[in-house]
Design a protein around this ligand. Structure first.
Ligand code: PAF
Length: 306
């Protein structure tokens, strides 16, 4: 039986733990102690209570657990490297990692630094926490698995199969870099604006915000072109990116985006993982990025007041 360690007990981490636990050995690892009895609410509203193996990082060091087959890092993007560092003395450096972060910050850095295989996952599974013992699986969505250098196709297939048995719709892919940037593009057009203005996604369609969305997408589209990233719809250029963003706004009109939730909870946002790679790329390619830079500065100023 493969052992899966899940580092970061956020919504996706706990959804993964609940899903994998019936058929796999699972350890859910956090910085602070959590109750072992955990409740999952399914998209249909059913509640399943399950005893999970919950460890703090400190407890892991003093326990003799068998080495994990996979370590899933499910922290926020900016916490991923420190989280991995906290485990590096207890896992062999050949352990396969699975990075579940948004954006494109942790993935290239950890891929370069970690000696073992590093898979990346991008998912549209919707989940949120309801305290220390509850997670709600709000909506099902596909998950894609791959590695940035396309060297671990068989491992991605194995993991996708395991996730499939656990109830995820998971597909191994050879273009995970494209998919991570595509998600980042949508996140960059929605998250900073809704977080700064305190609005739900659907409100971006109002005249006060629609022009701002278009201004972000204009910069993002030329950066993505320079990075060789195509819109997932198969169409080309700024209009295709704009259409995709409006489609996601439509589909998630009632959502409070993750960055807005962070701002409301006075937590640091993922601006570094979402706006950071775009701004860095624009600078490298000599492309306009005033709008992105201004959003990043406004978010930084907001975070400084937390
Ligand atoms: O970050 C989020 O909340 C989501 O990725 C998205 C697409 C912006 C919808 O809320």
């Amino acid at each position: 039986m493969t052992t899966h360690w899940i580092l970061g007990p956020g919504a996706i981490g706990r959804l993964l733990a609940h899903s994998l636990a019936p058929l796999n050995e699972v350890a859910l690892i956090s910085r602070r102690a959590l109750p072992e009895q955990q409740v999952l609410t399914t998209p249909e509203g059913e509640q399943h209570s399950q005893r999970l193996n919950v460890f703090t990082v400190d407890q892991l060091a003093s326990n003799t657990l068998k080495p994990p087959g996979f370590v899933h890092i499910t922290t926020k993007a900016m916490a991923a490297e420190a989280a991995l560092e906290s485990l590096s003395r207890v896992i062999p450096p050949t352990t396969p990692l699975v990075l579940w972060q948004n954006g494109f910050l942790a993935q290239p850095r950890i891929t370069q630094a970690w000696p073992g295989p590093v898979l990346c996952a991008t998912t549209t599974q919707g989940a949120y926490l309801t305290g220390d013992e509850g997670v709600v699986h709000a909506g099902r969505g596909p998950t894609f698995i791959g590695d940035l250098n396309n060297q671990h196709g068989a491992l991605s297939e194995t993991l996708a199969q395991t996730l499939g048995e656990a109830g995820f719709t998971a597909t191994p892919v050879g273009d995970i870099r494209q998919r991570l940037w595509q998600k980042l593009a949508v996140n960059a057009a929605i998250n900073p604006l809704v977080a700064l203005h305190g609005v739900r996604n659907g409100e971006l369609r109002e005249t006060a915000y629609a022009g701002l969305v278009a201004a972000v997408v204009t910069e993002v589209a030329s950066i993505l072109q320079a990075e060789g990233i195509q819109p997932p719809t198969g169409r080309q250029g700024k209009e295709a990116w704009l259409a995709l963003v409006w489609q996601v706004v439509e589909n998630t009109a009632h959502n409070k985006a993750s960055m807005l939730q962070d701002v409301e909870a006075k937590r640091p946002t993922e601006r570094g993982a979402i706006l950071g790679p775009l701004i860095e790329s624009a600078q490298r390619h000599g492309l306009a990025h005033e709008v992105l830079q201004a959003l990043d500065a406004e978010l930084a100023a907001l975070e400084a007041r937390f």
